[in-house]
Design a protein around this ligand. Structure first.
Ligand code: 3HC
Length: 693
């Protein structure tokens, strides 16, 4: 017996316990120990039933994803373990709690019965890693719950509640408490029952009328293999094979398909994203004994759109928050906006009316800033002006209780200056929420020069508590995300001046996989907002001396074309639908004429993608060189969770690896030759240059 898997006997009920913290992943040593115990139980002896349970916070949450990086997955194969379970002469009962995912659910499916705590969630999230379930999930689940429900679970990766699983027939019983005792009682009742009928591999399974069509419809809806659809397509095909092939052949098909997917760039990228997101919240070189600051009350200064979104982020996580604004009118509008947002969530069935009520109740408003004095954290979300924010920090430095953390939601200003103004710089950092703040998961946590380590660590922990994906950035204009965005937007504008239409540019980048092309994105965020960034760059004296730099957004701004909010920007809008607008072309033609830019008709989608993405990636390398980001993966997390970079490409830095760094450096250098490099737009970053040598 190993420490990872133990076996006891409770008066004739064998109890196998897996104990592999934190999530009982099925690593090779776990599989080996489990296989050994099950093999020794072939003859049941005095055992009348077997319980398979896990210690700690969850039943097995899947295979150990770390093992997928090697060419082969070390033996024993989970299918061997499942076969051993299915051949037991007495009932095997999976006892479930926590998050029963992937290989964990597959293990449970190989048991004869499944019981669970009511709070359990069950799912097959492999597709979110570019995979299909690889240990019988695609063959057993449809046999148990039917094709439609199995497709919903396997091809979307969405988990279901225990109650729903019970209704589907995935579970045999659900308990509110005392899982172990209840499971033991269940086992005594099940003991000696005939198990053959409960073995899913023996269950015959054909497609019912209409189910073949459902499968076809799924395949039609899914993206192509090279556009992030490899894993999901493999899921659907394997379920189809469950109906068409005998069980063992179906299992073989699934295994081959799993190994192929595992080796794909899509899966590698998605696995990279999974681990990078977790790694991003780790701050290097923190002392082991670092104490975090208490965090029970949060105040927000400024009840505009951002302040309201931030307040709801806390309320959604059950944390009370005080929203402060000098204007009672603004506060009234904020209260109304919160009411409307939660009302809409109730209407859409996302939350219950009771939840909406309790969340609303967690947001208190105040005009008097002294109400913030006892807060553990105060987030400033005022108008984006250095002067205004400096005054607020000066005031917060005086009124906040000692030890309180002071944060700014600035997206571009120098957090060191705000820290200075507060008179207590160790307590200050940036918390750059993305709009809408109650929805967007990304949070850039900006480490100023004097931010205390416990302040940084406390805010990282808090961010996770409210469901955000926090990434640390050093101080620089635009931090990680917006700084990299700059080259991307710059090139998109140059391409417009050279003759590409906004729709052509957007389509090229959306075809690459971006959730939204740059022109539609600016129209949505507001051309005025985007133009303001350029104005701020001007003020900060960091604009290149290029007279053609970002002239398009400024001209649209001057023309009052603010985007969706004025029903015209790069496009004109019919409701929210963008429509190409010939009225805007003369603005581009005139700008090109004024700046002596030759318009051409030979711009390809490939050129659009390369010219927009390479400067973005190059800036990522500089951000690493300067120590603004800790790790390449952090940059990827920013772009995946905040800017709609396609997850199946792993983020810009991972994508650079797939291109090959030497190749990328060469391509950037060749753009420097063909386009000229007067303003340094095509300078190969030093760290990338090294890859060329
Ligand atoms: N393999 C390896 N490590 C895993 C893991 C897994 N399947 N699941 C979680 N971990 C690690 C995380 O990396 C993290 O490690 P760290 O502390 O060193 O950063 C630690 O466990 C805790 O994870 P989280 O921080 O994510 O903890 P949460 O409580 O927020 O979430 C969870 C728990 C819901 C289980 C979440 O971790 C999760 O979704 N895990 C992935 C589940 C999954 O995808 N399972 C399918 C795997 S593929 C498979 O099973 C193939 C099979 O069909 C053959």
């Amino acid at each position: 017996m190993s420490e990872l898997v133990s076996y006891t006997n409770d008066d004739g009920i064998g109890i196998i316990t897996i104990d592999n913290p934190p999530v009982n992943a099925s690593s090779q040593p776990v599989r080996q120990a489990l296989a050994a115990i099950l093999a020794s139980m072939k003859q049941a002896g005095d055992v009348k039933a077997v319980l398979l349970r896990c210690a700690g916070r969850t039943f097995m949450a899947g295979a150990d994803i770390r093992e997928f990086d090697g060419a082969d997955i070390p033996l024993p194969d989970p299918n061997e373990i499942h076969a051993l379970l299915e051949s037991l002469p007495v009932p095997a009962i999976a006892v479930l709690h926590g998050t029963v995912l992937g290989g964990g659910l597959e293990l449970a499916l190989a048991c004869h019965y499944r019981v669970a705590l009511r709070s359990t969630r069950l799912g097959m999230p492999e597709v979110t890693l570019g995979l299909l379930p690889g240990a019988g999930g695609t063959q057993r689940l449809p046999r148990l719950i039917g094709v439609s429900e199995a497709l919903d679970m396997i091809a979307t990766g969405k988990a279901v509640s225990a109650d729903r699983a019970l209704r589907m027939g995935l579970l045999d019983d659900v308990f509110d408490a005392d899982l172990d005792a209840q499971a033991l009682a269940f086992a005594r009742l099940a003991a000696h029952k005939d198990v053959a009928a409960r073995v899913l591999r023996y269950r015959s399974f054909d497609l019912e009328q209409g189910e073949a069509l459902v499968l076809e419809k799924w395949l039609e809806r899914l993206p192509p293999e090279d556009k992030g659809g490899r894993g999901s397509r493999a899921c659907v095909l394997a379920i189809k094979m469950a109906a068409e092939l005998p069980f063992d052949e179906g299992l073989e098909f699934e295994r081959r398909s799993f190994l192929k997917c595992k080796a794909s760039t899509e899966s590698k990228a998605l696995r990279h994203a999974f681990f990078s997101e977790r790694e991003a919240s780790r701050i290097p070189n923190l002392p082991d004994d670092l104490m975090l600051r208490p965090m029970t009350s949060v105040g927000i200064v400024g009840a505009g759109t951002m302040g309201v979104g931030i307040a709801m982020s806390f309320a959604n996580a059950g944390m009370p928050v005080i929203l402060q604004d000098l204007s009672a009118e603004t506060l009234a509008r904020a209260t109304e906006a919160i009411r409307t947002t939660y009302g809409a969530a109730v209407d859409k069935g996302r939350i219950s009316a009771q939840d909406a009520e309790s969340r609303r109740g967690l947001v208190r408003t105040a005009t008097d800033d002294m109400q913030l004095a006892q807060c553990d954290l105060i987030i400033e979300a005022a108008f984006e002006s250095l002067g205004i924010k400096q005054r607020i920090f000066e005031r917060l430095g005086k009124i906040a209780k000692p030890g309180a953390i002071l944060a700014s939601n600035t997206s571009s200003l120098d957090v060191n200056k705000l820290a200075d103004a507060s008179g207590r710089p160790a307590d200050v950092l940036g918390m750059h929420f993305f709009s809408p703040a109650n929805i967007m998961r990304l949070l850039e946590v900006v480490r100023a020069d004097l931010t205390a380590p416990d302040v940084l660590a406390t805010v990282m922990r808090l961010a996770k508590r409210i469901g955000k994906v926090p990434v640390v950035s050093g101080v620089c204009f635009g931090f990680i995300g917006n700084r990299m965005l700059e080259g991307y937007l710059r090139e998109a504008e140059f391409l417009i001046l050279e003759g590409a239409s906004p729709a052509f540019i957007d389509e090229a980048l959306e075809d690459f996989g971006m959730a939204m092309g740059p022109c539609r994105m600016i129209d949505m965020a507001g051309v005025d907002v985007a133009a303001k960034v350029v104005i701020e760059q001007k003020k900060a004296n960091i604009l290149p001396e290029d007279p053609t730099y970002r002239v398009v957004v400024q001209a649209l701004h001057d023309a009052g074309r603010f985007g969706q909010k004025t029903a015209c920007g790069y496009y004109r809008y019919e409701g929210r639908k963008p429509v190409e607008d010939t009225d805007v072309t003369p603005i581009f033609v005139e700008l090109a004429r004024v700046h002596g830019i030759q318009r051409r008709t030979d711009i390809t989608a490939r050129e659009v993608v390369q010219r927009c993405l390479y400067p973005l990636i190059a800036e990522g390398y500089r951000i690493l060189e300067e120590g603004i980001a800790y790790r390449p993966g952090d940059i990827d997390v920013v772009w995946l969770s905040g800017y709609g970079f396609p997850a199946y490409r792993g983020g810009p830095m991972f994508y650079a690896q797939t291109l090959g760094e030497a190749e990328l450096a060469g391509r950037i250098a060749s753009y420097a030759e063909t386009r000229g490099n007067l303003f340094g737009y095509w300078t190969v970053p030093e760290s990338l240059q090294r890859a060329r040598r």
